[in-house]
Design a protein around this ligand. Structure first.
Ligand code: BEZ
Length: 258
């Protein structure tokens, strides 16, 4: 009976979320509530202090000189969000290898996060086994963080965050922003690939030549360079140094493992 009641409440709140998309009254409400903006690529990540399932978090400073991901979702106890959070929990080893600290946020209170977390930790999805959720789930029922990061997209929903991903570098500068709607789950491989690409570019770039990641780049694949080293020294852009190839004067690849 308890389970049926819980299912009914979840179904009702999801119906309300979707109903907001088309309701005229929510749209006029939304227009009044636009005093917040999305912090942009290249900007310092806005700081906040919030309660989480792991205690108080001062973001981003508590995560130190690490790569950081702030990952928002619309609502606890909803199906897509559950699959996303469990997948991230299973990827904890990969996140650690890439030196990434992640914090998850929705406009639910910490108490609801704790109940949902406990329930998720008992689930065995796709026969992957149960998993502990080690990263913090931020309580944001006053929408403070969601507004600070422009995660409320009022035409979609005035009180629930969209699916947002902010990738923030060790100096707390925003490097990547993605937003997805409530009905489509994100691709965690793409999130990890993006951080690997950012880390590779940051490690291999020099003052004179930036290392760039081409389309569909993955670790171990050839990279691009803005200016090849030899061309920089001699100023002769036609000479292709060892370890590079150049299909066009404006296109310089650096072979992997160089
Ligand atoms: C979900 O399944 O995660 C979800 C679906 C609709 C609205 C919010 C969340």
């Amino acid at each position: 009976m308890k389970k049926i009641l819980l299912l009914f409440i979840i179904a009702l709140s999801m119906t309300q979320i979707f109903a907001q998309n088309s309701s005229k009254s929510s749209k006029s409400e939304a227009k009044e509530d636009r005093n917040f903006r999305i912090p942009l690529i290249g900007e310092q990540a806005p700081s906040f202090t919030a309660e989480t399932t792991n205690g108080t978090l001062n973001f981003p400073s508590d995560f130190g000189k690490k790569w950081k991901i702030l990952f928002s979702h619309p609502q606890d106890f909803t199906p897509v969000c559950t699959t996303e959070i469990l997948e991230l929990a299973h990827l904890q080893g990969e996140l650690d290898k890439l030196d990434i600290k992640i914090a998850v946020i929705s406009t639910d209170p910490v108490e609801t996060h704790n109940q949902w977390k406990k329930s998720m930790e008992s689930l065995d999805l796709n026969n992957k086994g149960t998993v502990k959720i080690k990263f913090p789930l931020i309580g944001d029922d006053d929408l403070k963080v969601a507004k600070l990061y422009g995660m409320i997209h009022p035409e979609s929903n005035t009180t629930r965050s969209v699916r947002g991903v902010f990738i923030i570098d060790p100096n707390d500068v925003i490097q990547v922003i993605y937003f997805y709607p409530a009905n489509v789950g994100r691709n965690t491989d793409e999130i990890l690939r993006t951080v690997a690409a950012l880390e590779t570019s940051a490690k291999q770039s020099t003052a004179g030549s930036k290392v760039l990641c081409p389309v569909n780049w993955n670790p171990g694949k050839d990279l691009l360079v803005s200016i090849p080293p030899k061309a920089q020294e001699s100023k002769a852009a036609t000479e292709v140094p060892e370890g590079y190839y150049s299909p066009a004067w404006y296109l310089w690849f650096k072979k992997a493992s160089q």
